[in-house]
Design a protein around this ligand. Sequence first.
Ligand SMILES: Cc1cc2nc3c(=O)[nH]c(=O)nc-3n(C[C@H](O)[C@H](O)[C@H](O)COP(=O)(O)OP(=O)(O)OC[C@H]3O[C@@H](n4cnc5c(N)ncnc54)[C@H](O)[C@@H]3O)c2cc1C
Ligand code: FES
Ligand code: FES
Length: 485
Amino acid sequence: MIRFLINQDTVELEEARADLTLLQYIREHRKKTGTKEGCAAGDCGACTVVLAEPDAKKPNTLHYRTVNSCITLMSAVHGKQLILVEHLSSNGNLHPVQAALVEYHGSQCGFCTPGFIMSMFALYHSNTKPNRDDVLHALSGNLCRCTGYRPIIEATLAACAQAPNDQFTQNAITTLKKLKALSGLEDASDMQLGTGHILMPTTREALRDAIEQNPDAQLVAGSTDLSLQFTQQLKNVNKLISLCHIDALKQCTTTEHSLTIGAAVPLNDAAPLMLKRFPQVAELITRFASLPIRNQATLGGNVANASPIGDTPPLLLALNAVLHIDNGIAVRKLPISEFFVGYRKTKLAVNEWISAIEIPLLSSFQKIAAYKISKRFEDDISAVCAVFNVTVENNVIVNISAGFGGVAATPVQCDALNNALVGKPLSSQECLTLGKQILHDAFTPIDDVRASAAYRKTVLANLWHRFWLENQTENKIETRVVQHA
Ligand SMILES: Cc1cc2nc3c(=O)[nH]c(=O)nc-3n(C[C@H](O)[C@H](O)[C@H](O)COP(=O)(O)OP(=O)(O)OC[C@H]3O[C@@H](n4cnc5c(N)ncnc54)[C@H](O)[C@@H]3O)c2cc1C
Ligand code: FES
Ligand code: FES
């Protein structure tokens, strides 16, 4: 059974297809058509809805997150409050975010508007008095093709300048009690959680049993990759096992030496921890997809997916991360450099899953930079991604650990760069020209819609040039642009 609230009403879903998306449920089963379908691929934001749940840090308050309902599965709604655009007005009055959009003329054709409203609503409830950059982040998953963004941004700034005061804040205590009652119905060993088509184990032992008893079932975490198989490729899937309700996969720990992130932690929750320890890689973390995608997508999913254009594998390769791989009986540790064995092929056995990703912390000798080259600033996959982690002592290179995406069939490293440049001064012209030449010749990328092979080779060499320039201690050149345009 999947249990959740729709606004204030408790729903118990006993039967649902494994591939039923939340958007299909909302529009076809509940006949709530305010939520729109544009792309069915997580790209446009027309289907944005909000899920509220007790805040992990302040359990007596609610945390509101946007998700793209077109690629969200019903298992992700379990234990949460689903809020739709229809629920926002109260007693015939528009919600403050709706009123602001009207006042600032933020909608013309209106197709995108419900999605924008829901992103504005979640930001309104973040109670952070957001600035323009925060607003751009909050709206990063919403496209509008006819109004133009200025009035929408201004409406959001105006609406979110005040502390939240609506029927949701007034009902917060009741909502929290109802959500608690939902989770109180659960027994931790309850393998019936789910619908028969979507299994939702809550422990690693139950996950092991679920895999053993359902060898045909696929694992799913945030579903931001997997759902595209149903919504774009129209593939059938009979059975899924969700990883999202297993506490052991949602823990993060920091020691003196490393940061360990649970495989099923949404990227947006892992981001502050990663940015605190690795602020130099903000470009990859903040430009990963869009906010609603990062609210769902997990680090484990990004690695297990083994896409050659995934953003975190190059980062984790450069940072020498170690994967914790579990089968419910024992956990083995595998350096990520040994994980990818071919196009979308990994060393995971059929009965294994990634339980956590351990990233060693940096020493003061390491110079790090992460670069993402894509056609759009946000909500776009990389054409080329490069992460450099260069250890330098007394201006001499001692070690280079780097990770690259978009240039081979798997995320890759480049031993030749390390072999050629160790022992050379980072500031030397030789280091610049040799590094560029090696990276230009190291890989044979493909031509595709994102970029030509020649472009990828040139840009990779130029990223080394950029890294070299940014790390000249005399005559330091500030070239990084991580802020939103
Ligand atoms: C609009 C859009 C924009 C995107 N932008 C980016 C981007 O900028 N950068 C980028 O890298 N990606 C991007 N993606 C891809 C996707 O969001 C990421 O790959 C994401 O991290 C996948 O995580 P998930 O939890 O959603 O995985 P899922 O879709 O749930 O699973 C993906 C695969 O991994 C397997 N899996 C998941 N977790 C585990 C685990 N713990 N152990 C073993 N197997 C597991 C599943 O069985 C499945 O095969 C984008 C996707 C969309 C739809
Ligand atoms: S319909 Fe476009 S993001 Fe969902
Ligand atoms: S108002 Fe028409 S697409 Fe945004």
